[in-house]
Design a binder for this molecule. Structure first.
Ligand SMILES: Cc1ncc(C[n+]2csc(CCOP(=O)(O)OP(=O)(O)O)c2C)c(N)n1
Ligand code: SF4
Ligand SMILES: [Mg+2]
Length: 351
């Protein structure tokens, strides 16, 4: 409950990371979600990921829309910057913040209603523009906050708790993110922390639009037989294509892999991703092949999870716009009013 403050006391023997914080320093307020909601497990995974990458909390900005999922940034990273926007508008507000200050790490948290229903256009343009962010959708197939209406990601033919059948086709946000040009695409399950934590760590260190669709069952309205977003359904149909190990800060690679079993990808910031293959023929660096594989497995009823696509040398929106390095609030008058000679040069370049 929000009126119950978490005690500030932390046991002196709690483990500290390289920047001196305990795991508790990455938590937020006490959650008001239903006990057992998948979204709370995702918050715990975000806390764990940020602790493990030695994140300085003031370097991250968390933004969300409206929904149970979009409430969750209140429950993690209490010492980071936060902005709870309007329903479906997180991507445009985040884009503006990112353009104004590229020095922060941006985390967008949204729901399937927030991103696939009202916010679909916003989601699409953030992906295609390559906004430098980790974009997490906590996907339960319903509008949890407004009491369980089908969202746009509900599968055709799936049933509501009261037995109503969904006749509309479900939107697959992973397939869309791939088609739209996202340079990092993953899918995971709120009940699989071992898979989710490294995915979040990798997404936070990725340059460009990093999208993770996290299946996150709503125990109040969408966890019954007939739902394809329930704990039982996802566990029974979950097919991981790879397992991710991530080395941050050029840590030595200690894991041993047989040749051919592992794909190593080095990201822009030097982060090394080791992807141990589970599906032998799956290549996460081939966008078209990934899309075809996912469409095929989706038609067979499988929920494919893992790091599904990555473009290691990706660009972001700042590269395409040629923006300045400094945050805009640090520009001086001399930077902003460079004089008539500079203006003449710009005009000349446009002739
Ligand atoms: C402009 C606007 N339209 C509708 C609503 C009502 N509304 C609030 S949350 C929500 C759906 C949230 O669903 P989702 O994003 O899937 O989040 P969940 O609660 O399932 O985590 C809706 C329709 C609103 N707040 N604002
Ligand atoms: S209504 Fe559903 S999504 Fe919302 S907190 Fe409860 S279980 Fe979670
Ligand atoms: Mg939802």
């Amino acid at each position: 409950m929000t009126y119950i403050a978490k005690p500030l006391f932390a046991h002196p023997s709690l483990a500290r990371n390289a920047v001196g914080f305990t795991r508790r320093d990455y938590e937020g307020r006490v959650s008001t979600l239903c006990a057992g909601c998948g979204h709370d497990s995702i918050s715990a995974a975000i806390v764990q990921a940020c602790f493990e990458i030695d994140l300085l909390p003031h370097r991250l900005a968390k933004l969300s829309g409206i929904g149970c999922s979009s409430k969750t940034p209140d429950y993690f990273l209490g010492a980071s910057h936060g902005f709870n926007t309007v329903h479906g508008r997180m991507p445009s507000v985040l884009t503006g913040a990112n353009l104004a200050n590229r020095e922060l790490i941006y985390l967008g948290v949204s729901g399937d209603g927030d991103s696939a229903s009202i916010g679909l256009g916003q989601f699409a343009h953030a992906m295609r523009r390559g906004v430098n962010m980790a974009y997490i959708v906590e996907n339960n197939g319903v509008y949890g906050l407004t009491k369980g209406q089908f969202s746009a990601t509900a599968d055709r033919g799936s049933k509501s708790k009261k037995g109503a059948v969904n006749h509309d086709s479900g939107i697959d946000l992973v397939a869309m993110a791939l088609m739209l040009g996202a340079s990092f695409v993953g899918r995971s399950f709120s009940g699989d922390k071992d898979q989710l934590v490294p995915l979040i760590k990798a997404a936070l260190s990725h340059k460009g639009a990093a999208f993770i669709d996290v299946l996150s069952p709503c125990i109040a309205f969408n966890n019954h037989a007939g739902s394809t977003k329930s704990f039982d359904w996802v566990r029974e149909h979950n097919e991981a294509v790879n397992q991710l190990d991530i080395m941050v800060g050029r840590a030595p690679i200690t894991a041993q892999y047989a040749p051919g079993e592992v794909i190593t990808v080095t990201q822009h910031d030097g982060t090394v991703l080791n992807l141990r293959k589970v599906a032998a023929d799956y290549d996460p660096t081939n966008r078209a092949a990934a899309a075809a594989f996912l469409a095929d497995r989706n038609a067979a009823g499988e929920v494919v999870t893992g790091l599904l696509y990555i473009e290691p040398d990706s660009d972001d929106l700042h590269d395409s716009l040629g923006t300045v390095d400094a945050p805009l609030n640090r520009l001086s008058d001399a930077d902003l009013v460079p004089g008539s000679a500079a203006l003449a040069a710009v005009n000349q370049a446009l002739r």
